[in-house]
Write a protein that binds this ligand. Structure first.
Ligand SMILES: C[S@@+](CC[C@H](N)C(=O)[O-])C[C@H]1O[C@@H](n2cnc3c(N)ncnc32)[C@H](O)[C@@H]1O
Length: 209
């Protein structure tokens, strides 16, 4: 029997551009940990719904989520994408160009915490955040996002269940503790209106009041 996610996905026709992104990720020996297609479509919808024009992505990989986010832009928009590895950012940039978004993306290479500090010092503000990088820093990324949010901004955080490890009380490694802390912040912080979506590996969604 199909899982709920498999059932949902087989209703959609293959997306040639996103398929090409996945092929390039494999060809470069990169890990295939792009956002799940259903959440990619949700990112497009949310950017469009909120008419977000400045989007910050933490974790570019091969550009899959960058394309999904950019597809939501209405009258122009800019994606700032933070990526640790220059070789991954190069693949992401190429894929963004092939998807027609080469002129609307800016990559900042290096540890995202360093890039965030610089962006904050530049006074940058964003309408939309997609957090999808090293889990240890999820609480730090969330705090930066809240600080750099325009009112009404959306924050999305992927993989909040860590393939079940978040729920396993016998597992208490630093990344797991950090994601639990992130989820509690999302749920309890008075500056946010939020929910957690449990499909796939879990997606946290918050609106900054
Ligand atoms: C799950 S993948 C991102 C997937 C991408 N958002 C997508 O859906 O297409 C995580 C990415 O975060 C990057 N990353 C890991 N640690 C990082 C850090 N400290 N700063 C910036 N990027 C980091 C990895 O190199 C990897 O490309």
């Amino acid at each position: 029997m199909l899982s709920q996610e498999q059932y949902s996905e087989q209703l959609y026709t293959e997306d040639e551009i996103l398929l090409q992104v996945k092929q390039s990720i494999a060809a470069h020996g990169m890990p295939e940990v792009s956002v799940e297609p259903g959440y990619g479509r949700l990112l497009t919808m949310l950017v469009k719904l909120t008419r977000a024009s400045s989007v910050l992505e933490i974790g570019a990989l091969g550009g899959y989520s960058g394309i999904c986010l950019s597809r939501g832009f209405t009258d122009g928009g800019k994606l700032t994408s933070l990526e640790l590895k220059p070789e991954y950012a190069a693949v992401a940039r190429r894929n963004m160009e092939l998807a027609g978004f080469g002129d609307s993306v800016e990559y900042r290479i290096g540890p995202a915490m360093d890039s965030l500090k610089i962006l904050e010092s530049e006074g940058r503000k964003f309408d939309f955040f997609f957090i999808d990088a090293d889990k240890m820093n999820y609480p730090n990324y969330l705090e930066y996002a809240i600080q750099m949010a325009n009112p009404g901004a959306i924050i999305a955080g992927d993989n909040i269940f860590l393939r079940g490890r978040t729920l396993n009380t016998d597992r208490n490694g630093p990344a797991i503790l950090a994601v639990r802390q992130f989820n509690e912040m999302i749920a309890k912080d008075d500056r946010l209106i939020s929910t957690l979506l449990p499909a796939y590996d879990g997606l946290a969604l918050a609106l900054v009041k």
